[in-house]
Design a protein around this ligand. Structure first.
Ligand code: AHR
Length: 496
C-alpha cells in the first residue's frame, strides 16, 4: 500500500471555478449539427440548441464558455450575427479551405448568450484584433453591455430582442497572435494589446481582458511580451496559454508506448505553468497576468469521429483522453494560485470533446465523465497531496524517446467540509492501493467513491454503444482506496 498525505496546513489556494471552463468555435461540426440544430429541426431543441446536450452540459456545471474562436475569431465580424436570422450574411469561415463550410451566422451573439444562460456558463468572447478596428470591438462591447435604452448600440440590442444587457465580462484581446491571429512578434503584439486594451477597457466597467500568451513552451514570447507591457497603464486580468498534446498514435489506435508518450506530454503542462509564472512574477506582473489556459487537450490525427472526416478536427475520445483530462485538471487544481481559468478544446464534434453529436444522436465522451467527477473541486481550497510513491515512475524503454512519468496524478480540495480527492492511475498494468493520511484535519469514516475505467484503455463511447466507458459509484471507507490501472477515481468524504 502506498501512503498519500493530505496536508491541510499546506493549502495552495482556492480553485477558481473557471478552471472548469470550455471552448466552442465556429469550426467543423462544433455548432452546426453539434450544439445548434435550429428551431425547426426534428431533433428536440431549446430555441435551436440541441436539448439533450444542453441538459447534459448543464449537469456538469460549466462555468465559462469561450467563443467564437479560435482562429475563426480572426475574420469574424460580430455585426454579421445579429438581426433576423434569415437576413444575416453568409461568409467564408476561416476554416473554409479545410472543410468547405460556409458560415451562415445562424448562431450569433444573441444565440450564443442564450446558450450560455441555458447551461449556466459565463461568456468569454475572443475579440478580433486581426482584421477589425478597435472601434468595431468597442461597439461589440457597447452592444453587449450598455444598459437598456442608453446608447444606440443598446437600443439596437433591444430591437433585436434583448433589452437586458448580456454582461460579457471576459474579453480575449486576440487569439494566437503569434500565428493565425496576425503573425505578430511579441513586441508588436504588446503594442497592439496596449492599443486595443485602452479602447476596450474604456468601453465598459468591470471588463476582464485576457492577453494572448504563448503556444506551449514558447517562453521567448512571454518574456518579450512582458518586456513591452506596462502594467500600470494598461489593463490585463489574464494571460492566455495554449497547450495541445498531439502526435502519439491515432485517437483509438495507439501502442502502449504512445499511450505513455501522450501522458508525458500532458504532464508537461505543469512546466509550462511554472515557467510562465516565473517570468510573470519576475516582471512583477502576478497581479495582472494570472494564467488562462484557454485551449488545451489532445489533438489526434483527423478522421476518427463519427462523421468520418466530414467535420474538421472531429476525433473520438478514449479512456486515454479521459486520463489526460484528469491529469491536466489535477495540475490546474494544484496550481490554482497561478491558473485562473482554463478552457478545454473543444466542446462538441472536435478536438478533445465532451460530446459527439449528429442528427438525433448525442453521446458523452469519457472526458465528459471526468468533468462530472471533478465538479466538486470548483471553489474548493486545494490542499497539498504528497505521495510516498512520488518518485516511482513509468519509463519508456524507447531509447529515442525516453520518458518518465509519476504513475499517480492527484489533487485534493476541501469545500463545505467535504474533501474531494481525485486520482488518476496512469499505469497500464499496476493496481494502486492507497492509504490516506490526513494531516491537520480528520476524515469521517465513510466515503463516496466514483471510478471511471475500462478493461481496454482504447475503449470509447459510440452512437451504437454510448455507455461503453462510464463511471461506477460505490460507498467505501475514507482512508483506503484501490485504484485499477488506467483509471480515474474521485473520493468524497466528510471533514470532521
Ligand atoms: O482548436 C482549434 C484551433 O487550434 C483554434 O482555432 C486555434 O486557436 C488553435 O490553433
Amino acid at each position: 500500500m502506498k501512503k498519500l498525505y493530505l496536508v491541510k496546513p499546506l493549502a495552495i489556494g482556492t480553485i477558481n471555478p473557471m478552471i472548469y471552463g470550455h471552448f466552442s468555435e465556429h469550426i467543423g461540426g462544433v455548432f452546426y449539427d453539434g450544439l445548434w440544430v435550429g428551431e425547426d429541426s426534428p431533433v428536440p431543441n431549446i430555441r435551436g440548441f440541441r436539448k439533450s446536450l444542453v441538459e447534459k452540459f448543464r449537469a456538469i456545471r460549466p462555468t465559462v464558455l469561450r467563443w467564437p474562436g479560435g482562429c475563426f475569431a480572426e475574420t469574424y465580424d460580430w455585426r454579421d450575427g445579429i438581426g433576423p436570422r434569415d437576413e444575416r450574411p453568409v461568409r467564408l469561415n476561416w476554416w473554409h479551405q479545410r472543410d468547405q463550410r460556409l458560415e451562415s451566422n445562424a448562431v450569433g451573439t444573441h444565440e450564443f448568450i442564450d446558450f450560455c444562460r441555458l447551461v449556466g456558463a459565463e461568456p468569454y468572447f475572443a475579440a478580433n484584433i486581426t482584421s477589425q478596428s478597435p472601434m468595431v470591438v468597442r461597439d461589440w462591447i457597447d452592444y453587449c453591455n450598455s444598459p437598456a435604452g442608453s446608447t444606440s448600440m443598446a437600443r439596437l440590442r433591444e430591437q433585436n430582442g434583448s433589452a437586458e444587457p448580456f454582461r460579457v465580462h471576459f474579453w480575449g484581446v486576440g487569439n494566437e497572435c503569434w500565428g493565425g491571429g496576425g503573425n505578430m512578434t511579441p513586441e508588436v503584439y504588446a503594442h497592439e494589446f496596449r492599443k486595443y486594451a485602452a479602447i476596450m477597457a474604456n468601453s465598459g466597467n468591470g471588463l476582464e481582458l485576457i492577453g494572448c500568451g504563448p503556444n506551449g513552451g514558447d517562453w521567448r514570447w512571454t518574456e518579450k511580451f512582458l518586456q513591452h507591457f506596462e502594467p500600470s497603464e494598461h489593463h490585463m486580468q489574464g494571460y492566455s496559454v495554449h497547450y495541445y498534446c498531439s502526435a502519439c498514435g491515432h485517437a483509438t489506435e495507439f501502442t502502449d508506448l504512445e499511450y505513455y508518450q501522450m501522458l508525458v506530454k500532458a504532464a508537461g503542462i505543469e512546466t509550462v505553468i511554472e515557467r510562465n509564472w516565473q517570468l510573470i512574477s519576475g516582471f512583477g506582473m502576478q497581479n495582472y497576468a494570472r494564467l488562462v489556459v484557454d485551449e488545451w487537450g489532445c489533438w489526434h490525427p483527423e478522421g476518427s469521429g463519427p462523421s468520418q472526416g466530414r467535420n474538421l478536427f472531429e476525433q473520438q475520445s478514449t479512456m486515454r483522453d479521459a486520463l489526460v483530462a484528469a491529469l491536466t485538471l489535477n495540475v490546474f487544481n494544484n496550481h490554482c494560485d497561478k491558473v485562473r481559468m482554463a478552457n478545454i478544446a473543444q466542446l462538441a464534434n472536435n478536438l478533445h470533446c465532451l460530446f459527439l453529436a449528429n442528427e438525433k444522436n448525442c453521446i458523452t465522451t469519457p472526458t465528459y465523465h471526468v468533468f462530472d467527477m471533478y465538479q466538486q473541486h470548483q471553489g474548493g481550497n486545494t490542499i497539498r497531496c504528497i505521495g510516498d510513491d512520488d518518485d516511482s515512475v513509468i519509463a519508456s524503454s524507447d531509447p529515442r524517446q525516453p520518458a518518465t512519468l509519476a504513475s499517480l496524478s492527484h489533487s485534493a480540495s476541501i469545500r463545505n467540509k467535504v474533501l474531494t480527492l481525485t486520482i488518476a492511475n496512469l499505469s497500464l498494468t499496476e493496481n494502486a492501493g492507497i492509504v490516506l493520511e490526513p494531516v491537520g484535519f480528520q476524515l469521517g469514516r465513510d466515503a463516496e467513491i466514483t471510478t471511471l475505467t475500462s478493461n481496454n484503455v482504447r475503449a470509447c463511447n459510440t452512437f451504437a454503444a454510448p455507455d461503453c466507458v462510464c463511471p461506477t459509484e460505490h460507498e467505501g471507507v475514507a482512508t483506503t482506496l484501490a485504484i485499477p490501472p488506467a483509471s480515474v477515481v474521485c473520493l468524497k468524504a466528510k471533514v470532521k
